[in-house]
Design a protein around this ligand. Structure first.
Ligand SMILES: Cc1cc2nc3c(=O)[nH]c(=O)nc-3n(C[C@H](O)[C@H](O)[C@H](O)COP(=O)(O)O)c2cc1C
Length: 170
């Protein structure tokens, strides 16, 4: 069983979450490739997908939306999990219900689950336009990623896949 963990990231926070998910899945003995979405040229040969994106203005990044659209059929035919990295601050904002709407994508990819993780906002990495938006909405600067949350989620996926592998083929 080969797992692909891939994510679209603008400023690096989301690919680091993907890397941590990959580490946990490998600890579960799963053959796991981790790569930024722009490096994925071929998805044939993978049996499980964990696909993520940073959230900007309430949406996944365009590259991630296009990838999911293009491969929706293959994703739907395999176990697929989705994740997003977005809300910042303590408590994180926007709140879970309004950070990103992925209902359509979840339906089309038949994703087992979508998990929203808190993100990182580092003003020093942002362009002028982004800084203006961030100032306007009063978003909090800082790294709010919760690595225990990420590892727990990845661990649950690892256990699900281990159980599937242990089940005798019928
Ligand atoms: C201009 C701008 C708009 C953002 N819009 C949202 C948003 O609508 N919802 C959200 O949850 N997070 C939003 N964020 C926060 C980012 O998604 C978060 O910081 C994320 O972890 C960044 O990931 P990246 O470093 O991989 O690009 C926004 C950040 C910026 C700079």
């Amino acid at each position: 069983m080969r797992v692909l963990v891939t994510a679209s990231s603008k400023h690096g926070a989301t690919v680091e979450i993907a890397a941590e998910i990959g580490r946990v899945l490998r600890e579960h003995g799963l053959e796991t490739a981790v790569m930024p979405l722009e490096d994925v040229t071929e998805i044939a040969g993978f049996d499980v997908f964990v696909l993520g994106s940073a959230v900007y203005a309430g949406r996944w990044m365009g590259e991630a939306r296009r990838f999911a659209d293009r491969h929706a059929g293959e994703l739907a035919a395999h176990p697929t999990w989705l994740f997003s990295s977005g809300p910042v601050g303590d408590p994180p904002k926007p709140e879970a219900g309004s950070a990103v709407k992925l209902d359509d994508l979840i339906t089309r990819t038949r994703a087992r689950e979508h998990r929203l993780f808190a993100g990182r906002l580092d003003r020093s990495r942002l362009g002028l336009g982004e800084r203006t938006v961030v100032r306007m909405v009063g978003a909090a600067d800082g790294d709010y990623r919760d690595w225990d949350d990420v590892r727990a989620w990845a661990g649950a996926i690892g256990e699900t896949l281990e159980t599937a592998l242990a089940r005798p083929a019928t």
